[in-house]
Design a protein around this ligand. Structure first.
Ligand SMILES: N[C@@H](CCC(=O)N[C@@H](CS)C(=O)NCC(=O)O)C(=O)O
Length: 203
């Protein structure tokens, strides 16, 4: 059975949510952050990077949220409920673009903003992160348009990562003037599977 090594407060909640959406059988090991908000050393015993999410499935130890999503889809989404089949090549390629975009492009500027809010000062980084955050949040909002989810009217596995960066942007006060993304985030969080993930992984 799959085991998710879940660090409280962070992106692995979104992997937990995915396991719930997929109806997968899984076990959970929960880790608490230390006084510096870092992962405890115990996570390094699972994977050398000591970060979360990490899943264990037999002798497979897998890190990186988008790789985990791809693996879980292969394993539990045979009916393509959460991603287009690879035979629809263009749709599948667009799906993978939105699957990798949050971690690959959006997270970095948000991380800079988070560090600056925690007490750093750096004019160049302020300008860079403000511009990049506006660019990416604008891009995501445009893609959403009047749709409920990032690839259209149906929820897909690309929404896990997009909802994660939207939630981080919200925590950093970056969605106050963005009703489209606020509503999108609320819509994702109202899904019953998300509520189950919160119950198991947060409380
Ligand atoms: N690129 C990785 C990032 C993993 C990551 O940095 N996870 C954070 C939690 S959100 C973490 O474990 N931080 C604790 C630490 O670095 O001490 C992914 O997509 O999974």
């Amino acid at each position: 059975m799959i085991r998710l090594h879940h660090l409280r407060i962070g992106r692995s909640l979104f992997t937990l949510w995915q396991l719930e959406e997929l109806g997968a059988d899984y076990d959970l090991t929960v880790y608490l952050r230390d006084e510096n908000f870092r992962a405890p050393a115990a996570l390094k015993e699972i994977h050398p990077l000591g970060k979360s999410p990490v899943i264990e499935d037999g002798d497979l130890i897998l890190s990186e949220s988008s790789a985990i999503t791809t693996y879980l889809l292969e394993k539990f989404d045979k009916e393509n409920r959460f991603a287009p089949p690879r035979t629809q090549l263009n749709d599948w390629a667009r799906f993978t673009q939105w699957l990798h975009y949050p971690e690959g492009s959006v997270f970095g500027p948000l991380l800079i903003k988070m560090l600056l809010l925690r007490g750093g000062e750096h004019a160049g980084l302020e300008t860079f992160s403000a511009k990049e955050i506006a660019l990416h949040l604008g891009h995501i909002s445009n893609q959403l348009g009047a749709n409920d989810y990032i690839l259209g009217s149906d929820f897909s596995a690309a929404d896990f990562g997009v909802a994660y960066v939207a939630s981080l942007a919200d925590r950093l006060g970056q969605l106050d003037a963005n009703p489209t993304l606020k509503a999108y985030l609320a819509r994702c969080m109202q899904r019953p599977a998300f509520a189950r993930a919160v119950e198991k992984g947060v409380e």
